[in-house]
Design a protein around this ligand. Structure first.
Ligand code: MG
Ligand code: ZN
Length: 261
């Protein structure tokens, strides 16, 4: 996918974004949300939230590395859904907690000057298993804890779609769902990042595929329970990460060690 498929990000920025909060009466700016322009022909909305105005293209114009992070299974534990027997995204704020050491690891990346970008698939509204308010409440708890620790992400990117969703406007194919590198390409274009020098950290093969498709370096955090999506051999090859680690602290060690390479 090339950047030529991406429209001018300034387009269509008012109004619709507030729906992540489930509050259609607020404008995007009031809700702290910003709409990412949807490529021509797409029937879907794509979202980033809590754009941080401090993070803009470097004034010297030099491309710089960023760290892209998946959320569930990297920053917070997934939660056992008794109904399915699978480890899934938290559906309530009570189920959202940080892995031990994650805030410290993010602080190190911050102190070392890496912009942080969240790239998360959150299809549970599309699938009819969560409300937008519920997803937003979890996001707000996440951000609250980050702010308390003095950690600012440059951008939070959520794909709310699912190919087999049941919610109109969020179901079917979209451009942004990982393994698509779309959010990484957008960040490159908007902030001037060098994806070749950037990192994608995730716990699933689709995270690694996303990072590789963007030309970034990839680190896989092995799932805590050894549970993983079934992957066919060809796909497993495509999803082989540059590094495998146990947690974000180990991932940060690799990033700092490799920075000068
Ligand atoms: Mg994950
Ligand atoms: Zn999407």
């Amino acid at each position: 996918m090339g950047s030529g498929e991406i429209e001018n990000p300034g387009k269509g920025s008012a109004g619709a974004d507030a729906s992540l909060r489930g509050d259609e009466s607020r404008s995007g700016s009031e809700a702290g949300l910003e709409h990412l322009a949807v490529p021509a022909g797409s029937q879907h909305r794509s979202y980033l939230v809590s754009q941080n105005p401090e993070f803009r293209r470097a004034s010297d114009g030099q491309p710089r590395p960023a760290v892209f992070l998946d959320r569930d299974g990297v920053i917070n534990p997934t939660v056992l859904n008794p109904a399915t027997g699978r480890m899934e995204s938290p559906l309530s704020t009570a189920d959202f907690s940080f892995f031990d050491g994650v805030l410290e690891s993010l602080s190190i990346l911050r102190d070392e000057g890496f912009p942080l970008i969240l790239v998360s698939n959150q299809p549970n509204y599309a699938l009819g298993k969560a409300t937008l308010n519920g997803l937003s409440a979890i996001h707000q708890k996440f951000v609250y804890e980050l702010v308390r620790s003095g950690i600012a992400f440059a951008r939070f990117c959520y794909c709310l779609h699912h190919p087999r969703g049941v919610t109109p406007g969020y179901s079917g194919l979209c451009v942004c769902r990982k393994p698509s590198p779309w959010f990484l390409l957008r960040a490159r274009d908007d902030f001037g990042y060098s994806l070749r020098d950037s990192w994608m950290i995730g716990d699933r093969p689709t995270d690694t595929q996303c990072g590789k498709a963007a030309g970034a370096r990839t680190i896989r955090i092995e799932p805590e329970h050894g549970a993983s999506d079934p992957v066919n051999p060809a796909r497993a090859l495509a999803a082989r990460p540059d590094h495998s680690v146990r947690d974000l602290a180990e991932a940060v060690d690799i990033i700092l060690t490799r920075r000068s390479v």
